[in-house]
Design a protein around this ligand. Sequence first.
Ligand SMILES: *Cc1c(COP(=O)(O)O)cnc(C)c1O
Length: 505
Amino acid sequence: MHIDLTIERWNPKYRNAFFELNRAWIEADYPLEEIDINVLSDPEIHILSDGGSILSAIAGEEVVGVVALRAVGAHEFELTKMAVDVPWRGRGVGKQLLRAALDEARALGAHRVILYSNTQTSGPAVALYRKMGFQEIPLEAGKYKRADIKMERTLNTIPIRKTAKSRLPETDLSKLTFGTIVSDHMLVADYKNGAWQPPEITPYENLSLPPSTMALHYGQIVWEGMKAFRLKDGGVSIFRIGRHAQRINRSLVRMAMPTMPDGYFENCVRALVALDRDWVPGSPGSALYIRPLVFATDAMYGVKISDTYRFVIFTGPVPPFYANPLKVKVEEKFIRAAHGGTGAAKCAGNYGGALYPAKLAREAGFDQIIWTDLSPELNIEESGTMNVMFVIDGKVVTPGLSDTTLDGITRDSILALAPELGYTAEQRPVSAFELVEAHKRGVLQEAFGAGTAAVTIPFELIQVKEHALKLAPVQPDFFSVRVRELLNEIRTGQRPDTHHWNTVL
Ligand SMILES: *Cc1c(COP(=O)(O)O)cnc(C)c1O
């Protein structure tokens, strides 16, 4: 729902609307306090004289919503006195005002916008703030009597060197192949002198590295794989950015690399995707793939922990991942990850070591490997570069996390959504022999891989030693199909984002 509003800066003729809309908003739940009366009746003194701004949303001649930005520190503004007239609520006015307020904050030089709200009485507004990239931070006591939540939104202050000529006009977003097309820009930041330096955005271009660059020899390299989606209303949303930020920091720790400060990763990803937002494809199942990467840059061929690193992010539009159901083989000779090893980190080395066994499996007629711990029980860990899940006797079952499994964000999302589709989900050891037994009893209903690239890919055959377990052909009512559809609907705004997974730009 997008209605035609004009957003205007302060004009004294809006004073009455500013007062009345806020009074009605506050008085619906609380007595008006002295601070409200002062700010509302003298906004020139309490907001504008300090460099703040007030915006009004106008429909026709009528003021239907208001919001103020109050300077509270260097490059910091408080978003306050936001109110929408009752008949206009639920029609996207708040969203448009909030977008305009964030643009205004940027124009005023803000690096950060904070706000206070109340989750009980302003639930929909708080949900909107989350959607628009605000995150909860600790609330100081007694600042506002009626606030039970404080949120912040950092704003992009990253310098941009734009490409002279966009490649987008000659790119057909309806004819994509996975992993080949890159968007116009990339982000680069260096770690040196013990700190992550300010990032910058440049055209997508080659890196120039000395051959002695440490990452190339000793493998201090971690990365992430995530996606941004085109929303139903035309906006762009990044999926579970906070969880990717946490995971890259865990990977960095394991590889003795420097973690990023709070908000740094999110800010970088957001800024780059916002700049190249026109590259986000809109056809069902397509997305903008986002590849953050960190590697050691000391020019030195003695083994040690590097003192310098480079963080690069680039993106590229990707099509829906349509794969035929896979034939997979439970691997009995090779291992992806050992206890105490790096299996839980998203590091380059894990991939290098997995390619050879995967090649042998392909030569033997399989599409992919199921990795186990190689114990006598052959406990299952992952499949290929995905997490692995089963539906056994009506329950969704997946191996629990350990230092030999990657904490997949798709896996986590699917576990969270299973109850909404009427399934219970279990995380527990799954032996390959349990699959043989379940198959014999006719209760191995589904098996599939789960990861960002495809969401879910069903298996049609699982080879466990001499047992070829053939699975039923995929039906539209299969869990793996329904959960993929549900997740896609959430990520593209076709369903309410009740888990707060979307960061809308
Ligand atoms: C990235 C990855 C996954 C899947 O994680 P998602 O966050 O769902 O994409 C699974 N296994 C390995 C080894 C991975 O590197």
